[in-house]
Design a protein. Sequence first.
Length: 312
Amino acid sequence: MRALQRLRAAFGADPPERRNSPPAAGALDVDHLIRLRHLALRLEATRAPPRSSLPGEAAHRRRGRGLEVHDVRAWSEGDDLRHLDRNITARTGEPHVRAFREERERAVLLVADFRPSMVFGTRRVLRAAAAAEVLALLGWRAAREGRVGLMVLCAEGTRLARYGRGTRAMLAAIGALAEAYREALSAPAREDPPLDALLEEADGLAGKSGALVVATALDAEGAGFADVVERIAQARGLSFALIADRFETAPPRGAYPYVTSGGAAGWLEVGAARPAPDEREARLRRLGARALVLDSGAAPETTAMELKRLDD
């Protein structure tokens, strides 16, 4: 409770009449992100357990054999010699191997893209605020199963909030999101740093078995983006929540005035054209990552239901 009180004191809380309303465009409401916990946990309870084709087996999506030593036993035909326990083998004179079991604790690094291009939006919230909502929904669920951390991608590079467990870790992540978002809104206009280099940095800080969940619009990918994604996806779980503004995917016909953060102004003419299919999701899946396109204007309840598709 003390951590929650400090968080609200630092970033403010909604007045009573706004407690059940979504944040206004351009604002990142800490209380709103905290309340998403209940939505995330309700949806977690509705998920069907993974099924196995063999009776009595518990299927799961975690890769590998695990790193926790469960037992040491005498070697038998078919055992992997890479698991040989040299100390016991030397002491007994007989070959012994280690048996491993999978760690029950998971680690998830939430990656929020708050680069300048994400400070854009025409509907309910800016793309950066929608990314924060998505990561809060996924983070509250991940915090129940293991450790959760946060990395923010911004114009100056990256910012990391260390891993932690449970509610305390998610409150720290939400506080870091709110602070980084506030700085992104006030940052001067500049080019986005390439996404591929920032993802490589996130991969290096995610730990040996940590999964990466990236909320981004994929602007300024960088020349080596495909290679980086494919390499990371082969080594660990990698998921992309692709934030899309409705004006990008299905703009209504008309002329629209605009003003950039640098002070430039003008008019944008939009014709009556059908929106092209979004190929980003299919491209990322071909590279081995999970991916899902999400509308930044959708309500959190709708987004939460859509996020269940990331597990497919």
